[in-house]
Design a protein around this ligand. Structure first.
Ligand code: SOE
Length: 387
């Protein structure tokens, strides 16, 4: 049974990514953002006014209880993901949660069980999957153009936490979880590597680095990528700034992932390269409309996003013709469109498979992150449990 329109949404959190969710939802045309929850009533009202959202809540539980809210987006600090998702499902609301899904695999596993039992729509915003040329890459691999996949390598580099004055809730274990760079951005890469290849990560061997064990905490909280001149206090930090992870995939492929939030000049660079028995491909988030194709017996190629040149499976992900760049905001709009068209069609009752990452995908990344933490602690290979 299709949903009444517009579908009404409440967003918990208005830091860096919350407004990006709101902007994406407003581009769909059949969704209305009716409520915003913040860390206090005053902060919520200030941010709701700035974003023209009609209702503001200082307590996210009141947003969840709002009968005018059909879907809850969770974009607040990681520590709130589990309690807010749990409460939203219990209140009969569909849930869209930012990665990582939860702080521990026990929490994320419970969310999967609750979500699947509820019959509600549940999603995790691994938005990188939705760049059009990456869907073309997935189609090429799926139809065997590269041959069997042998190697998967790359990483995710940023520099917004390079200085000891760079600070954010993510660096605090209590707010963000035990693994920071791996949970915050490594999760995107690990999800993408498995999504593109169709291969599950089966074992990891990891080395973590806390390059800045002391940071100067500002007197007021700052959003991701925000800089400000404020009074600061030195505090000890034990979450990792960088990680080097060896990977073994099902099917016999091997790989390596490097993540860093202290790499000068790399603002938000996710890069992945996939090698097969007959060919290779590579993508760099700093040039998101381009896909490099590697060949042994003929010249290499660079595909520039153009719906006319994309595999039919990838074509729907491109909203604009060739030469019209589609980037980060468009990837968030594309995942939102997939989620809300599924909700509009009636969700699981429609009989369709969700064409987006669900809580099960989010749980898988939390499980892999815990294996990475254990591997680094015990300095050995750790097998990833088969879900
Ligand atoms: C900060 O590292 C951050 O905002 C991540 O939390 C997002 O998932 C990523 O898309 C951009 O960088």
């Amino acid at each position: 049974m299709a949903r009444d329109l517009p579908i009404r949404v409440g967003v918990i959190g208005a830091g860096f990514i919350g407004p990006a969710h709101i902007e994406s939802l407003r581009r769909l045309g059949f969704v209305e953002v009716v409520a915003l929850a913040g860390s206090s009533q005053a902060s919520a009202e200030r941010k709701a006014a700035a974003l023209c959202v009609p209702r503001a809540y200082g307590d996210y539980r009141r947003l969840i209880a709002d009968p005018q809210v059909d879907v809850v987006h969770i974009t607040a600090a990681n520590v709130l993901h589990y309690p807010a998702a749990r409460a939203a499902l219990a209140a009969g609301k569909h849930v869209v949660c930012e990665k990582p899904l939860a702080m521990t695999a026990a929490e994320s596993g419970e969310l999967v069980r609750a979500a699947e039992a509820s019959g509600l729509v549940h999603a995790v915003t691994f938005n990188v999957r939705f760049y059009p040329v990456l869907q073309h890459a997935r189609a090429l691999i799926g139809r065997g153009d590269l041959g069997p996949v042998t190697l998967v390598h790359g990483g995710y580099w940023q520099d917004w936490l390079l200085l000891d004055t760079d600070y954010n809730w993510r660096v605090e274990t209590a707010q963000g979880g035990a693994l920071r760079a791996v949970g915050d951005i490594g999760s995107h890469w690990l999800d993408l590597a498995q999504h593109l290849t169709g291969l599950a990560i089966r074992a990891v061997f990891a080395d973590l680095a806390t390059v800045l064990p002391v940071r100067r905490k500002p007197a007021r909280s700052l959003d991701a990528f925000e800089t400000a001149e404020v009074e600061r206090t030195p505090v000890r930090v034990d979450t990792e700034d960088a990680a080097s992870v060896l990977l073994r995939f099902g099917g016999g492929a091997h790989g390596v992932m490097m993540v860093s939030q202290v790499s000068a000049g790399r603002k938000n660079r996710l890069a992945i390269e996939i090698d097969g028995a007959r060919g290779a491909l590579a993508w760099d988030g700093e040039r998101p409309d381009e896909l490099w194709l590697g060949h042994r017996e003929r010249p290499n190629e660079v595909l520039i996003k153009d719906p006319a040149l994309l595999d039919p499976l990838a074509r729907p992900y491109a909203r604009y013709p060739g030469g019209h760049a589609e980037g980060f905001p468009d990837s968030h709009t594309a995942i939102a469109r997939a989620i809300y068209e599924y909700i509009r069609a009636g969700g699981r009752a429609s009989g369709r498979a969700p064409g987006f990452p669900t809580f099960a995908d989010g749980h898988r990344e939390v499980v892999i992150a815990e294996c990475i933490a254990r591997s680094a602690r015990e300095e050995r290979w750790v097998e990833v449990p088969v879900p």
